[in-house]
Design a protein around this ligand. Structure first.
Ligand SMILES: NC(=O)c1ccc[n+]([C@@H]2O[C@H](COP(=O)([O-])OP(=O)(O)OC[C@H]3O[C@@H](n4cnc5c(N)ncnc54)[C@H](OP(=O)(O)O)[C@@H]3O)[C@@H](O)[C@H]2O)c1
Length: 249
């Protein structure tokens, strides 16, 4: 992926990791389009940055995605990078029968959202020079957190789908996975100040250092990701699962 001169569409750009990526990419000389459900927070991301453009789009709404894709390509025909970052992380107890609305919203937002957004833009991206798709997964794609079981499953699916996309789009569109470890954002309540989580600035610094490497790594993984990412390959999956989730009752 080029480091400047891109026109980047980034979902979930009004807060957290998405906001900071948008600002860094903008400041490095890219045009960045940020989307999310709350226009106010997107406009805050864009404040004092002429080449960040804010649009409210709900990635859980397939009709809205299709209409948005048509509109954005007419406004920004140079669009060449899609970053599927928007996500939600409901905490849940999967051992009991429950209202599934938040689990279903998690699948729709985290998995169907990227699939639909990519589908709406893929024919355009195939025709662009230097096209790239960046999918944001998670360390929990590699070892699940039981208290966020459906979330972890959506991220494992994003990892798998990204591998397939990369193979299918070889030499046509570059496909990159960005897998954050636990980072201080408001993805879950109170997380932005939780001890042991990576400070957002330090995370973004390390990520941007990886994005400037040429060729861009297929997996953008900061050093802290290795604990989860390499657990299985290093023969410590069960031990890591227990460390993450505590002992069985
Ligand atoms: N922070 C971590 O520890 C961590 C670790 C691993 C992976 N990740 C992943 O990193 C990505 C960014 O998360 P974050 O930590 O930066 O949390 P965040 O601050 O909560 O960001 C998530 C963003 O997604 C947007 N979003 C949620 N549902 C949406 C929908 N239906 N349509 C459009 N936008 C939607 C939200 O904006 P609106 O509410 O305005 O729509 C929000 O700006 C997520 O995919 C997350 O799973 C984070």
């Amino acid at each position: 992926m080029k480091t400047s001169g891109n026109t980047i569409l980034l979902t979930g750009g009004g807060t957290g990791i998405g906001r900071e990526l948008a600002r860094r990419w903008h400041d490095a000389g890219n045009v960045v389009i940020v989307t999310g459900r709350r226009l106010g927070s997107l406009e805050e991301t864009a404040r004092d940055r002429q080449n960040i453009h804010a649009f409210a789009v709900d990635v859980a709404d397939p009709t809205a995605i299709a209409a948005f894709a048509r509109d954005i390509l007419s406004r920004f025909p140079a669009l060449n990078v899609l970053v599927n970052n928007a996500g939600i992380m409901p905490l849940e107890d999967v051992s009991v029968s429950r209202d599934l609305s938040s689990a279903e919203a998690c699948v729709t937002t985290n998995l169907l959202g990227p699939i639909r957004m990519t589908d709406a833009l893929i024919e355009h991206l195939r025709g662009q020079g230097d096209a790239a798709i960046v999918n944001v997964s998670s360390g929990l794609a590699f070892v699940p957190l039981v208290g966020a079981a459906v979330y972890s499953a959506t991220k494992a699916a994003i990892h798998s789908w990204t591998d397939s996309l990369r193979f299918a789009l070889k030499d046509v569109v570059e496909v990159i996975e960005l897998a954050p470890p636990a980072v201080q954002t408001e993805l879950t309540p109170g997380q932005s100040t939780r001890g042991g989580y990576m400070p957002l600035d330090a995370f973004i610094d390390e990520v941007m250092g990886l994005f400037v490497r040429q060729p861009t790594p297929e997996l953008i993984g900061v050093e802290r990701l290795a604990f989860l990412r390499n657990a299985e390959a290093e023969g410590r999956y069960e031990q890591t699962f227990t460390t993450l989730n505590g002992s069985a009752h």
